[in-house]
Design a protein around this ligand. Structure first.
Ligand code: MG
Length: 273
């Protein structure tokens, strides 16, 4: 599955806090932390019972087994994250999109307008740089940056580490800004309460059928940059029809972070979680 694009490589994952002196801790050998998981399971090494050298078919089988083990381990940790967050009445929202759709801009504006009601914290996921965590910090909220190296998504172990570093307060709103792509993030539960896909009108209205897993997994689609609609060929009705053919219960909000159009609908959706 996701192993084919190299994102099974955990060696270069880094979690960086943005408060106080910067420190990083490697998650090259991430563990289940023992407190709620079975011992000696889920480390994803394949255990060598079939050697790839035996031929292409056995290598393929081993890869599939490895993929299943990784997803099973991820799902266990995602449930652990979800339980931890629910106990503390922390609402966690996983934002997913292509690069450049406006996830970080949406968060900057949301922080500016909602933070007086409730603490907002952000887990930022990008392959490299601290750019987005710095933007969130500048907007006035606490953030932890996860750099995934070769990885193309956040997974539950990464989010667990990030939450431990961030320590969001009870009753807060936690955004998890996933790595920008419309494929792999859809496959990994991180323990969030809701998944949001952000798509901008400059990306084209044919994305739901091209990336069905993402739109099937989502609770809400935010269509951003509606202020640019006069300048692009983007059919809101077509996108909504495609998306709801995959996911009939999907909610859709078309808004503009830049102009502020319909941001009240986004805030109302968050309040209702
Ligand atoms: Mg971003």
């Amino acid at each position: 599955m996701c192993l084919t694009c190299g994102c099974g490589d955990e060696e270069n994952v880094r979690v960086s806090t943005m408060d106080g002196p910067p420190h990083e801790h490697s998650s090259a050998h991430r563990h289940d932390h023992g407190h709620d998981n079975g011992p000696g399971h889920g480390h994803g090494h394949g255990h060598g019972h079939e050697q790839a050298a035996d031929g292409h078919e056995s290598a393929r089988t081993e890869k599939l087994v490895l993929g299943e083990q990784i997803l099973a381990k991820n799902d266990r940790l995602a449930e652990h994250n979800r339980g931890w967050l629910e106990q503390r009445r922390i609402t966690a929202v996983n934002l997913m999109s292509s690069p450049g759709s406006g996830k970080t801009s949406l968060l900057e504006r949301t922080i500016a307008e909602l933070q007086s009601d409730r603490e907002i914290c952000v887990v930022e996921g990008d392959q490299e740089t601290l750019f987005d965590a710095q933007r969130i910090k500048d907007a006035g909220a606490r953030a932890v940056q996860v750099n995934t190296g070769a990885g193309c998504h956040l997974d539950a172990p990464m989010v667990q580490q990030a939450i431990e570093a961030l320590a969001p307060s009870e009753g807060s709103l936690l955004f998890i800004e996933n790595v920008g792509n419309l494929v792999c993030p859809a496959l990994f539960d991180v323990g969030e309460q809701a998944k949001v896909v952000v798509i901008s009108v400059t990306e084209g209205d044919d994305k739901p059928l091209k990336y069905p897993h993402m739109f099937s997994a989502a609770d809400l689609v935010v269509i951003n940059k509606t202020d640019l609609l006069p300048h692009v060929d983007f059919d809101l009705t077509k996108l909504a029809k495609q998306a709801r053919s995959l996911n009939p219960d999907l909610e859709i909000i078309a808004l503009s972070v830049r102009s502020g159009e319909n941001l009240d609908l986004w805030y109302a959706w968050l309040h209702a979680l």
